[in-house]
Design a protein around this ligand. Structure first.
Ligand code: C2E
Ligand code: MG
Ligand code: MG
Length: 695
C-alpha cells in the first residue's frame, strides 16, 4: 500500500514531468490541458491506492486473529512479514497501536524495532493518527534512513461493520506497509526503458524536475530526467517517461498478491460503472446475471426502454437529457432499493435484476409501479417532462446457455411491449422463440456428428511477447455440420454442456490434441475444459489415462478454465483441480475480465496462468478503465507468479498495448488464426528450421 502510494505519486510526478518535456516544446494550451489530465490521473491514482489499502486491512481473518484469537503475531508473520523478503512490492511491514507504538515490525524478512516518528517523521505519524474505523486508508511519501520511500496505512477491521466496535474495543491496530524507492530501483527502470537520467534528488536540480511532497505538503525531494532538446525529440522522449511512470505504478500495484488483487477489484469497479448515472453498467449486469446463473437461483430481469427520450434530448438539449437520465435512475433505485440491481445499459435503456424465489412477482410489481409513476411528468429543473417506457421481462431458475440469453429474452419481450403500444410490461414467451427448438435439433445432430467422427480440432499459436516465437498452441474444437455448415463452439459447447455430450467432446479434444502435439516437445498445449467436465470426479483419472496413452508430458499441458465454474461450486472445483494439479498439469484462468475478479478465488486456486479476455483487450484500446484493469490484472498476476496471456490480439496496436501492460504471451489473429494440424505442423517446422539456421 505504501508502495502503491509512493509509486503512484511518483508515477504522477513522472507523468507530469513527461508532459512537461513535451509541452514546453509545443504550445501553452496543450500544456494546460495535459496538466489538467495529469491532475485527474493523480486523483484517480490516489483513490485507487486508498481502496487498496482499505482492502488489505479490511480482512475478516486478520481482524479475528488480531483482536479476538490472540494470534496477532502469527497472522502478522504469515500473511505480511513473510512477504517482505525479495518482494518488489513492499519491503517493510508494521503493526501499530493507536498511540503509534510499533507492536511488530519486519523489514526484508528480519524482525526489527523502530520508532515510527523517528523513522518516518511527524507528518506520517499525524496522518496515520487520523485513521479511524470509518476513515479510508492513508498513503504518503516519506524519507527514512534508506531514502525515499512510500508508506500506506489502514486500520485492521472486519468487513461486518456491526462487529467492529466489539472486536476492536479500545485497541485498534493499524497496518503499515513500506517500500523503499532506491536509486538503483529508479535507475534500473530508467535504463531498462530508456529514460535517460531519471533520478531522485534531495535538492532542486538545475534541470526539469518535479517536487515530491509528504502528507503535510513539505517537499521531500525532486525527480528529474534528461530533458529532450528539440520539440520532436521532446515528444518522443516523454513517451518512455510516461511508460516508466506507468511501470512504477504497476510495480506499486504488484506489491503483494493480495493487495494487487484488491486494487484490481477496485479498478474493476470503475469498469463496471456507468459514468453518467453512477449505476452499474451493462458489464456489471452481465456479470451479476452470470453469478445468479452459477448459483441456479430464481432470477428475473426487466429491460426498460424509455419512450420519448429522444424528443427531450433534441428539444431541450443534452444537459436536460442527462438530468432526466439521472432522475430516472433515482426513481428506479428508489423502487428497487436493496432488493436487486438497477443498471444503465446505455442511452435510454435500463435494467433491473432481482433474485429470490418470488422474483417474478416482485419484478412485475416494480415494473407496474414504475409505469404508473410515469403517468405523471418527471420534473427536471423547471420543466415537466412527459416520458413513457416499455418494459420486457424474463425470468429463469436454471442456468441458461449464457448470461446473454436472459438479456436476449428480456429484449425480445421489450420489443413486443413496444409493438403493443408502449407503456406496457411484457413477459418473455418461449412460444415466440424458436431458439429452443433449434437447440434441440442441434443437440441431436451434434451427438450424431460426434459418433461419426465429424468433430475436429484446430490450433492457434500463442507467441512469447519477447521474441514473438510460438511457444504454445491452444486447441479449439470445430464442428462442421454436414447439413448446416460450420457451427461456432460458442454455440455448440453450451449445447453439449446441457445435454451431457461435453464429457465425450472434451476427452476427444484432449486425446486428439495430445496425439497431434506429441511430436513437438518444445511446444506447450492449452486445452479448454468445461465446467461440466470438471464436475465429473473421474476427470483427473481420464486425463491421466490420455497422458499415458499418448506419452504426453503433463508439464506441457495447460487446462483452461473459466471462472464461472469456480464460483458455482468452489469445494468440488478445488478437489478436481487439485487432482489435475497433482498430475503436473498447469491450470489457466480463461476469459479473465469478463466477470468480477474476486480476491478469494485467485488465492484459493493455484492457477499458473491468467488469460485476459479479448473483449478487455479490445476495450483497452479506447477505454481508460479497461486499460487500467488490464494493467492491474497483470500486476496482480505477477505477484501470484502467474504467467499472463492476452487473447484476441488483432492488430499491432493491441500487441504493443499488451506488451506495455506487461503480458508475457500474446494470442490472436495478428499472430495467427486457428489452423488445422497439418498447417500448424508446416508452420512449426518452418519456425524451428529458421531458429536452427540463426542458431
Ligand atoms: P477461448 O478459450 O477463449 O478461445 C479463444 C477464442 O477466441 C477462439 O474462438 C478463437 O478462435 C478466438 N480468437 C482467437 N484470436 C482471436 C482474435 O484475434 N480475434 C477474435 N475476434 N477472436 C479470436 P473459438 O474457437 O470460436 O472458441 C470460442 C470458445 O469456445 C473458446 O474460447 C472456448 O471457451 C470454447 N471452446 C472452444 N473449443 C473448446 C473445447 O474443446 N472445449 C471446451 N470446453 N470449450 C471450447
Ligand atoms: Mg481458451
Ligand atoms: Mg479465452
Amino acid at each position: 500500500m505504501l508502495t502503491v502510494c509512493a509509486l503512484g505519486l511518483l508515477f504522477l510526478a513522472v507523468t507530469i514531468s513527461g508532459f512537461f518535456a513535451t509541452f514546453t516544446a509545443t504550445n501553452h494550451v496543450e500544456q494546460q490541458r495535459s496538466m489538467r489530465l495529469a491532475e485527474a490521473a493523480v486523483n484517480s491514482q490516489k483513490a485507487a491506492l486508498g481502496i487498496l489499502a482499505e482492502d488489505n486491512a479490511w480482512w475478516d481473518e486478520a481482524a479475528l486473529d488480531i483482536y479476538i484469537n490472540g494470534k496477532a503475531q502469527t497472522f502478522f508473520q504469515e500473511n505480511w512479514a513473510d512477504y517482505t523478503v525479495n518482494n518488489p512490492s513492499y519491503d517493510m511491514v508494521l503493526l501499530v497501536d493507536k498511540n503509534q507504538n510499533v507492536l511488530a515490525a519486519t523489514e526484508k524478512g528480519e524482525a526489527i524495532t523502530l520508532d515510527i516518528t523517528k523513522a518516518f517523521g511527524k507528518a506520517a505519524v499525524d496522518t496515520i493518527g487520523t485513521l479511524s474505523l470509518k476513515a479510508p486508508a492513508k498513503q504518503m511519501l516519506v524519507v527514512d534512513r534508506h531514502g525515499l520511500s512510500v508508506i500506506a496505512a489502514s486500520m485492521v477491521r472486519h468487513t461486518d461493520n456491526e462487529k467492529n466496535p466489539g472486536l476492536i474495543g479500545n485497541t485498534p491496530r493499524i497496518l503499515v506497509l513500506k517500500k523503499h524507492l532506491s536509486a538503483e530501483a529508479i535507475k534500473s527502470i530508467a535504463q531498462q526503458y530508456n529514460v535517460p537520467g531519471l533520478r531522485y534528488h534531495t535538492r532542486p536540480p538545475n534541470k526539469d524536475s518535479f517536487p515530491l511532497t509528504d502528507g503535510s505538503g513539505a517537499v521531500l525531494g525532486y525527480l528529474s530526467w534528461d530533458a529532450p532538446t528539440s520539440g520532436l525529440s521532446a515528444a518522443k522522449n516523454s513517451l518512455p517517461v510516461l511508460i516508466v511512470g506507468g511501470l512504477l505504478f504497476f510495480a506499486a500495484l504488484s506489491f503483494g498478491a493480495r493487495m494487487g488483487l484488491m486494487l484490481l477489484n477496485s479498478l474493476s469497479a470503475q469498469a463496471y460503472t456507468d459514468s453518467l448515472s453512477g449505476m452499474p453498467n451493462r458489464r456489471a449486469l452481465r456479470s451479476a446475471i452470470r453469478r445468479e446463473q452459477a448459483k441456479s437461483s430464481t432470477h428475473a430481469l426487466a429491460l426498460i426502454d424509455l419512450d420519448g427520450f429522444k424528443y427531450v434530448n433534441d428539444n431541450f438539449g443534452h444537459a436536460v437529457g442527462d438530468q432526466l437520465i439521472k432522475k430516472i435512475a433515482e426513481m428506479l433505485n428508489a423502487q428497487v432499493g436493496d432488493e436487486g440491481i438497477v443498471a444503465r445499459l446505455g442511452g435510454d435503456e435500463f435494467a433491473i435484476l432481482l433474485a429470490s424465489n418470488d422474483a417474478q412477482r416482485r419484478i412485475q410489481a416494480i415494473s407496474d409501479r414504475f409505469l404508473e409513476r410515469l403517468t405523471m411528468p418527471v420534473m427536471v429543473e423547471d420543466r415537466a417532462l412527459s416520458i413513457g417506457a416499455s418494459i420486457g421481462l424474463a425470468a429463469t431458475s436454471c442456468p441458461l446457455k449464457d448470461e446473454g440469453e436472459l438479456l436476449r429474452r428480456a429484449d425480445i419481450s421489450m420489443y413486443q411491449a413496444k409493438r403493443l403500444g408502449k407503456m406496457q410490461v411484457q413477459w418473455y414467451d418461449p412460444l415466440l422463440d424458436e431458439e429452443q427448438s433449434v437447440a434441440n435439433e442441434l443437440a441431436a445432430e451434434l451427438r450424431h456428428s460426434l459418433s461419426m467422427g465429424e468433430l475436429t480440432v484446430v490450433y492457434q499459436p500463442i507467441v512469447e511477447v519477447e521474441d514473438r516465437r510460438c511457444g504454445a498452441v491452444e486447441a479449439l474444437a470445430r464442428w462442421n455440420s454436414p447439413t448446416r455448415g460450420p457451427i461456432p463452439p460458442n454455440t455448440f459447447i453450451p449445447i453439449a454442456e446441457n445435454t451431457g455430450l461435453i464429457d465425450a467432446i472434451g476427452l476427444f479434444v484432449l486425446r486428439r490434441a495430445c496425439t497431434d502435439l506429441s511430436a513437438w516437445p518444445d511446444i506447450k498445449l492449452a486445452v479448454n475444459v468445461s465446467a461440466a467436465q470438471l464436475r465429473n470426479p473421474m476427470f483427473p483419472q481420464q486425463l491421466q489415462a490420455i497422458l499415458l496413452d499418448t506419452a504426453f508430458d503433463p508439464q506441457r499441458l495447460e487446462l483452461e478454465i473459466t471462472e464461472t465454474y469456480l464460483i458455482a461450486d468452489a469445494s468440488l472445483a478445488r478437489k478436481v483441480i487439485e487432482g489435475v494439479a497433482r498430475l503436473g498439469v498447469m491450470l489457466s484462468l480463461d476469459d479473465f475480465g469478463t466477470g468480477y475478479a474476486s480476491i478469494g478465488f485467485l488465492r484459493q486456486f493455484s492457477f499458473g496462468k491468467l488469460k485476459i479476455d479479448r473483449s478487455l483487450v479490445k476495450e483497452a484500446q479506447y477505454d481508460e478503465a479497461a486499460r487500467m484493469l488490464v494493467q492491474v490484472s497483470v500486476a496482480a498476476a505477477r505477484a501470484l507468479n502467474m504467467v499472463v496471456t492476452a487473447e484476441g490480439v488483432e492488430t499491432s496496436a493491441h500487441a504493443d498495448l499488451m506488451k506495455i501492460a506487461g503480458c508475457d504471451q500474446l494470442q490472436g489473429w495478428f499472430f495467427g488464426r486457428p489452423v488445422e494440424y497439418d498447417v500448424l505442423a508446416v508452420m512449426l517446422a518452418k519456425t524451428q528450421s529458421n531458429a536452427a539456421q540463426i542458431g
